[in-house]
Ligand binder design. Structure first.
Ligand code: ATP
Length: 249
């Protein structure tokens, strides 16, 4: 049976003045697939993610997510759509003045009406359990390590049970062992939630561990899309430079 396409991007273009960031991006992501987006700084990875969730409008092209053309969504429709698409920010984006419990409750209370106290408690406990950090429930973000904060950031996204997860540099700034933990968590989310994920990273170990396919953004387009090994078997200088830079430096 052919896999269902959950994200379809065709000939997507986006410029800021004379800066032509996305210059004809094509990509299809299938149900329950992890696709890693690679590219040097400033190549437009975050711009692409923002277009996918309707935070930026494309200049032209077609973007459909979960069967909906994102650009056409407004108001309540856009709110409902965004609940199905979890966005895990690079800096974890936790509220420092709130406990871990309060941080996790926040998206639930804001997005899902009429939940009982018991339902909220259960959802928070489940999300914390999913990321293996139940014991931190009454702690403050400042008391946690960088890796734990990343996990809590992911738990806070998972609490709404999204169909799509977007990870923005999930392993940035973490030591290699903690990176492996986060990679494993991303793969567990795929298995447990049957989620479809896009993972933006500069970390090739993360790309190899989590990506069913990797897509490399070069000069405004996904010129190389395939398995990690296929993409890096390419002798193109830009591809090899990216690989060598990651492992030599
Ligand atoms: N709202 C905006 N207005 C003007 N320029 C923007 C805007 N958003 C992004 N850009 C520019 O678009 C380019 C791509 O930015 P983007 O944040 O997508 O890069 P990136 O690939 O995610 O980089 P990094 O890996 O460093 O996070 C950059 O040159 C950036 O300055």
């Amino acid at each position: 049976m052919a896999s269902e396409a959950v994200i379809v991007i065709e000939n997507l273009r986006k410029s800021f003045g004379n800066l032509h960031v996305l210059q004809g991006v094509d990509l299809t992501v299938n149900q329950n697939e992890n696709v890693v987006v690679l590219g040097r700084s400033g190549t437009g990875k975050s711009v692409l993610i923002k277009i996918l969730v309707g935070l930026l409008k494309p200049d032209s092209g077609y973007v459909s997510v979960l069967g909906q053309e994102v650009e056409t969504l407004k108001g309540r429709e856009l709110d409902q759509f965004r609940q199905k698409v979890g966005f895990s920010f690079q800096n974890s984006a936790l509220y420092d003045s709130m406990s871990i419990r309060e941080n996790l409750e926040f998206p639930l209370v804001r997005n899902v009406r009429n939940l009982s106290r018991a339902e909220i408690d259960r959802a928070v406990e489940e999300a914390l359990d999913d990321v293996g950090l139940s014991q931190t429930i009454n702690q403050m973000p400042s008391e946690l390590s960088g890796g734990q904060r990343k996990r809590i950031g992911i738990a806070r996204t998972l609490i709404l049970k999204p169909e799509i997860m977007l990870y923005d540099e999930p392993t940035a700034g973490l030591d290699p062992i903690t990176c492996i933990d986060i990679n494993n968590l991303i793969n567990e989310v795929k298995e447990r939630y049957k989620a479809t994920s896009i993972i933006i990273t500069h970390d090739l170990t993360c790309a190899k561990a989590t990506g069913d396919r990797v897509a490399m953004l070069l000069d405004g387009k996904f010129e190389r899309v395939g398995t990690f090994d296929d993409v890096f078997a390419d002798s193109d200088e830009r591809v090899q430079q990216f690989y060598n830079y990651n492992f030599v430096n």
